[in-house]
Design a binder for this molecule. Structure first.
Ligand code: G3H
Ligand code: 13P
Ligand code: ZN
Length: 309
């Protein structure tokens, strides 16, 4: 029941071809739903906090809620900074007790990305904290259907090998066609598995990270729309593509959008069916339950991605 790093869990996942779920947290109910699910599945778990989450909930609340979740559940949890944009925010999180930080230098030129990543790695490692970096930029919805834009933003395998060697980073987020949010593909879903295979071949010991990995489960999209939402044309990464990715070194699967959809669908349903209710506990309870069962489904799926366990 402590906050731990990803070091051991990634080594096991890489060896046994499964993935660890990394879920974005923004409030108590989201944390409780996710952690209850992991407890039931006895699954390793990463809870990650974005800059937006820090702004919304304030850092001290999130840090202490995650610590409370570890104590209450008896689970070891990873507290991870998602998409840290510079050294300062990474340093702040290391100093505040995060056990893992992401420095996202992907918007910078290669050499600058290496420079800031190295700076974060030096500081974090000196404090026993692990670091995720990103190389290549996640495609936007429009980019994903344009071949040229695809190759321009996807991770270059040779650069990935050089990047890991020169920075000493612990894990690497790669761009192979996913994007953040609920609208990932306009037509057929496409991920560049050949590119992923090449990266994994060059970096067989490096845990790779898949951002934008929500499946956008249609059950929740339909429920949102059934109860007054307007979430048209939402499409995520099919779960069999996640399984395929796990075969080639993906050991961290980032999920936020699926949490948002599950929670919002249930709140919409509850409030539509109980228009007289105004006690937040009444609609947050089923919303938390919806998160728990959705996360249980995802964790089972990630742990059995290779069908070997
Ligand atoms: O990386 C994106 C995550 O979904 C976090 O989103 O920045 O709105 O908290 P956010
Ligand atoms: P989704 O938007 O697919 O849930 O991705 C979340 C993510 O990558 C957080 O870093
Ligand atoms: Zn991301």
């Amino acid at each position: 029941m402590a906050l731990i790093t990803t070091r051991e869990m990634f080594a096991k996942a890489l060896n046994d071809d499964y993935a660890i779920g990394a879920f974005n947290v923004n409030n108590m109910e989201i944390i409780q739903g996710i952690v209850d699910a992991a407890k039931e599945e006895q699954a390793p778990l990463i809870l990650q906090v974005s800059a937006g989450a820090r702004k919304y909930a304030r850092p001290a609340y999130l840090i202490n809620l995650v610590k409370a979740a570890a104590e209450d559940s008896g689970l070891d949890l990873v507290l991870h900074l998602d998409h840290g944009e510079d050294f300062d925010i990474c340093k702040k999180c290391v100093d505040d007790g995060f056990t893992s930080v992401m420095i996202d230098g992907s918007k910078h030129p290669f050499e600058e990305n290496i420079r800031i990543t190295k700076e974060v790695v030096e500081y974090a490692h000196a404090h026993g904290v692990v670091v995720e970096a990103e190389l290549g930029r996640l495609a936007g919805v429009e980019d994903a259907v344009q071949v040229d834009a695809r190759s321009a933003t996807f991770t270059d395998p040779d650069e990935a090998a050089e990047f890991v060697e020169r920075t000493g980073v612990d894990s690497l987020a790669i761009a192979i066609g996913t994007s953040h949010g609920a609208y990932k593909f306009k037509g057929e879903p496409y991920l560049d598995f050949e590119r992923l295979k090449t990266i994994h071949k060059l970096l067989p010991e490096t845990p790779l990270v898949l951002h934008g990995a929500s499946s956008v489960l249609q059950e929740f999209v339909s429920k949102c729309n059934q109860y007054g939402g307007q979430v048209g044309g939402a499409q995520g990464v099919p779960e069999d593509m996640i399984h395929e990715a796990v075969k080639y070194g993906i050991c961290k699967v980032n999920v936020d959008t699926d949490l948002r959809l599950a929670m919002t669908a249930e709140i919409r349903k509850y409030l539509t069916e109980h228009p007289e209710e105004f006690d937040p506990r009444k609609y947050m309870s089923p919303a938390r339950d919806a998160i728990k069962s959705m996360v249980q489904h995802k964790l089972k799926d990630m742990l059995n991605a290779s069908g070997r366990l």
